[in-house]
Design a protein around this ligand. Sequence first.
Ligand SMILES: NC(=O)c1ccc[n+]([C@@H]2O[C@H](COP(=O)([O-])OP(=O)(O)OC[C@H]3O[C@@H](n4cnc5c(N)ncnc54)[C@H](OP(=O)(O)O)[C@@H]3O)[C@@H](O)[C@H]2O)c1
Length: 325
Amino acid sequence: MQAAIVTRYGPPDVVEIRDVPHPVAKPGQVVVRQHATSLNSGDARIRGANMPPGFGLILRLVFGLRGPRQPILGICVAGEISDIGPGVAGVSLGDRVLATTGFAMRGHAEYVAVKANRLVPLPETLSMEEAAALPFGALTALYYLRDRAKLQPGESVLVIGASGAVGAAAVQLAHHLGAQVTAVCSAANADLVRSLGADQVIDYHAQDYRSMGQRHDIIVDCVGAATAENSHPALVPGGRLCLVIASLGYQLTAAWHSRRTGVRVIAGVGAESPKDLAMLTELASAGPLRPHIGATFPFARIASAHALADTGHKRGNTVLLFDRA
Ligand SMILES: NC(=O)c1ccc[n+]([C@@H]2O[C@H](COP(=O)([O-])OP(=O)(O)OC[C@H]3O[C@@H](n4cnc5c(N)ncnc54)[C@H](OP(=O)(O)O)[C@@H]3O)[C@@H](O)[C@H]2O)c1
């Protein structure tokens, strides 16, 4: 089978499509024949060893010193079950499924062995492309809004970077949870974020959300622009600042910044659970969460998808399609 291999950190052209052995379903696992997967900012960060300040050494300790020791990146798996390992019950060959593989990665391959307890059944109402675009961004947005910021209906949420994978999901989930949503993005993406549920749009090239006299209960920063110090004029007293992206130093001193400014700084790596993915899949199937697919590439052109992610200006999620004609 074919897989995208990254043996050393570097620009998008370090990614090579190679033939590798077909995975076997071990006890407790199934093999998924993929129809689609996604290429997201996390994959591009690992490939390029491009981490927020302070995380460079941690990346190399966790993923590998000179290159990823797991050379097949990618965490989203969307396809049909093609093999079932010993001890797995309740699934059948051909079942349409979605899963994330977390730190084990291996999603950028035609076939992926996945623990059966990570599988989420995929309803017919969702295409394989939509499924592949669902987990990355939505799981993180859910983690920040529901679990960390504990968003309440009627609160006001400002999302910076509202047109990206995390931001587009944050706009939709905040709207779904009953918030008034202000989206910060460029003018070209204003219609998109309005269609996702934003009540107000701020073009970051023309206006500064901090000098508009508005105060929000929660700010979700997906671009690394906000700090407690520069954002407190746009937050109510005790407001929550979710730093989806921040330097290691700022994260380690979050409690100090909170005390100093009266803003509750929330940072960290989003959690990822099959239970939450199942809930998000139901939301997507029912309508309130629409995975936004900004670009689609054939799997063979994965290097181009990496290059798009490297720009930091992609819209929503990028999907890679396998040839299943
Ligand atoms: N903490 C976690 O667990 C976690 C999880 C996932 C991702 N992340 C991080 O979160 C960040 C966002 O990820 P993503 O996948 O959503 O990125 P993405 O898909 O590349 O989206 C970034 C978006 O931000 C917009 N943008 C860029 N600069 C902006 C600015 N100054 N103000 C407003 N919008 C701006 C871009 O649109 P324009 O073209 O309009 O600029 C683009 O649509 C990445 O750094 C990623 O590494 C963290």
